[in-house]
Ligand binder design. Structure first.
Ligand code: PEP
Ligand code: MN
Length: 338
């Protein structure tokens, strides 16, 4: 950090800043400028220590150097993290097309949906069994029965299964059924859940909270990485803004920003970002053009019968169309889809 002193600062004020830095375990370097004195402190500085510096007499401002996330950052690890899940490698040249229902509803619906994913050239199956619903009166998911249906559909079609975990107590049960643990937007800062999935051997898909900054998303990933689980994927799923025309606002900037500043794979979810099946394809294409490593897409054989998120679900033929267009865009950005 750099501590910039006010012009009125006395030598004694500067000395106090230096002794505080030493107390915090750092070696301060004082630079006497024409107008202001600046104290530079190198090494790992935690935010609490910066906050204390701001309280000292005649400190004008405290500027952090570097970013607060470490394990997730490109400076910690230069090469892209690639995550192997069955036959799928996420974060390499091949794109991930993970599609499926919002939630498992019936055995037939999950099977039909998984077959549609394979037919469209998809390489991952998504589907919820534990649903974080805004209203307690809405469909909450089928729980373990839903996971059984999803696992069967994923095994038959050889598709790795992505499903949301909502409770630390479900971890060992869920590990029996799923290949990737999804942490949903509403739980992005559920730190106990992050720590629990950090202990798991399964990869984690971490969704951006609806009002979370990218720094907060990366710090949330840090909780998982710090527990030893290196297989974390970040997911941009739209954020809440003043715009009400769509369910959320897709933050396309997030994709190149995350790719530049982190080595972790980035997945885009245009379904939750838009909330409207008509907008899913164009936003999906934009995400791939912007450098996303894959897509998470909701589909349903009969969206008008869906128990959750029907308006944003593509029907299988729309997934086929999307997949073809994604393949074309993939070439432009040096990627492939099947
Ligand atoms: C989901 O993937 O079905 C879901 C609930 O997503 P999010 O956490 O992004 O709202
Ligand atoms: Mn959904």
């Amino acid at each position: 950090m750099i501590i910039v002193m006010k012009q009125a600062a006395s030598e004694e004020d500067v000395e106090k800043v230096k002794s505080k830095a030493i107390e915090q375990g750092h070696e301060p370097l004082t630079i006497f400028g024409v107008e202001r004195t600046v104290v530079a402190v190198s090494g790992k500085v935690i935010e609490d220590n910066r906050a204390i510096m701001r309280l000292l007499d005649n400190v004008h401002e405290v500027i952090p150097i570097g970013r607060p996330y470490k394990l997730a950052s490109r400076s910690y690890k230069e090469e892209n993290t690639q995550i192997k899940i069955k036959d799928l490698i996420i974060g390499g040249s091949e794109l991930a097309l993970i599609a499926g229902p919002d939630s498992a509803e019936t055995k037939e619906q999950t099977l039909e949906t998984a077959e549609a994913v394979v037919a469209a050239g998809g390489n991952g199956l998504r589907g919820g069994a534990f649903k974080p619903r805004t209203s307690p009166y809405s469909f909450q998911g089928l729980g373990e029965d839903g996971l059984k249906m999803l696992k069967e559909a994923s095994d038959i079609n050889n598709l790795p299964l992505f499903s949301e975990i909502m409770d630390t107590q479900h971890l060992s049960m869920m590990e029996k059924y799923v290949d990737v643990l999804q942490v949903g937007a509403r739980n992005m800062q559920n730190f106990k859940l992050l720590e629990a999935v950090g202990e798991s051997k399964l990869p984690v898909l971490l969704k951006r909270g609806m009002s979370a900054t990218l720094e907060e998303l990366l710090l949330a990933s840090e909780y998982i990485l710090a527990r030893g689980n290196e297989n974390v994927m970040l997911c941009e799923r739209g954020i809440r803004t003043y715009e009400t025309a769509t369910r959320n606002t897709f933050d396309v900037n997030a994709i190149p920003f995350l790719k530049m500043n982190s080595h972790l794979p980035v997945i885009a979810d245009p379904s939750h970002a838009t909330g409207d099946s008509k907008l899913v394809e164009p936003v999906a294409l934009a995400a791939i053009a912007a450098g996303a490593d894959g897509l998470l897409i909701e589909i349903h054989p009969r969206p008008d019968e869906a128990l959750c998120d029907g308006p944003q679900a593509l029907v299988p033929t729309q997934l086929n169309e999307l997949s073809k267009k994604v393949s074309s865009i993939a070439k432009v950005v040096g990627r492939t889809l099947n």
